[in-house]
Design a binder for this molecule. Structure first.
Ligand SMILES: Cc1cc2nc3c(=O)[nH]c(=O)nc-3n(C[C@H](O)[C@H](O)[C@H](O)COP(=O)(O)OP(=O)(O)OC[C@H]3O[C@@H](n4cnc5c(N)ncnc54)[C@H](O)[C@@H]3O)c2cc1C
Length: 307
């Protein structure tokens, strides 16, 4: 994820969605038949997937979702809409979260081509332009009962997927920070002002030294989180802390790197503005910067400040 996002956050987003948000729920919550039908084609990239949780009126508060399914015997009838869905315009399948008649959140696999299912693309984005984003619209979509993920009920289903994706993001954004840092370092060694490379001035060195210090700290934090995760000991609050810290770190480094490039930093000759604009999405999706702070706040105080 770190090396993919060194290229572009949009590429890493596509990979995160495919692995953490589509393959993970089918593997973890799916039936054996669902695993066999979908996972090999998703793993090879023959099929692409997307993950529908956010709705037009429910972003930070997904529990309030209004997308719903009604039991019609051999199938469910799905109605509602999802917004801001990465990969939606080209995805072959969508892992969708909707409430049943008892108000319980259920996960299901919706396939492109099912009548009543459309995926209009979202245009005019100035961020994550390499990642297609769209809506998922469900107008009386007949979802066969065998497409329901049988092994999870409630918000813990989508939140389990987000834990995995947020861990991946924590690594990913370090890649964006590294690309900004590398570009700034090279530029500082080549750009001459007042008769010497700007990298020779103490103020430039302070920026670069602090950048690589923050990158190293973020790598250690995320590496330790990975060790805890492999031992099944990483808590959602620890993952929130890493996601929040690392995205903010990458954004600050992009801004400092832009300063080191002077005027050239605002051009497309260098990757800085592209990373900076991308990171404005990353700091909002998968739980905003402030929502992750509230998760840490709840974790340390025991008081819920969300509502
Ligand atoms: C490019 C992009 C791709 C995305 N991809 C996907 C995807 O693939 N699948 C998917 O399901 N979603 C996706 N999202 C949606 C994303 O997860 C949401 O945008 C995010 O959860 C925030 O929701 P919102 O935009 O509705 O903002 P809101 O929830 O309306 O928040 C607006 C502001 O209010 C603040 N706020 C909200 N509640 C509180 C509170 N209790 N206390 C303090 N402040 C609060 C927030 O921090 C934020 O600053 C994507 C978003 C973007 C931009």
């Amino acid at each position: 994820m770190m090396e993919l996002e060194r290229g572009d956050s949009g590429l890493r987003s596509t990979a995160s969605v495919q692995s953490s948000l589509v393959m993970y729920p089918i593997y973890t919550y799916g039936s054996e038949e669902q695993r066999k039908k979908y996972l090999p084609k998703l793993a090879s990239g023959e099929w692409m997937g997307c993950f529908g949780l956010t709705e037009p009126d429910h972003g930070s508060n997904p529990n309030g979702m209004i997308s719903n399914i009604k039991d019609k015997g051999d199938h469910f009838l799905l109605n509602g809409a999802k917004m801001w869905i990465s990969n939606a315009p080209f995805a072959d399948i969508a892992v969708v979260w909707a409430k049943d008649e008892a108000g319980v959140i259920r996960g299901m696999i919706v396939e492109r081509g099912m009548p009543g299912f459309t995926t209009p693309e979202t245009h005019g984005k100035w961020s994550l332009r390499a990642s297609a984003t769209g809506e998922l619209v469900f107008d009386n979509v007949k979802v066969p009962k065998e497409n329901i993920l049988p092994n999870v009920k409630g918000l813990k289903g989508p939140l389990g997927c987000l834990n995995s994706a947020r861990y991946g993001i924590s690594w990913g954004v370090i890649g964006a920070a590294l690309d900004c840092y590398d570009s700034a370092l090279r530029y500082s060694q080549e750009r001459v002002q007042f008769g010497k490379p700007i990298g020779g001035f103490q103020l430039t060195q302070k920026k670069l030294a602090e950048m690589i210090t923050e990158i190293t700290k973020a790598q250690l934090l995320t590496w330790r989180l990975g060790v805890l995760k492999s031992e099944n000991r990483a808590t959602p609050a620890q993952i929130s802390m890493a996601k929040r810290n690392n995205v903010n770190m990458a954004l600050q480094i992009a801004r400092e790197a832009r300063q080191i490039h002077g005027g050239m930093g605002i051009t497309g000759e260098f990757p800085i503005m592209r990373h900076m604009m991308n990171l404005e999405s990353v700091i909002t999706y998968e739980g905003t910067h402030d929502i992750h702070l509230l998760i840490t706040g709840l974790d340390v105080t025991g008081f819920n400040a969300f509502e």
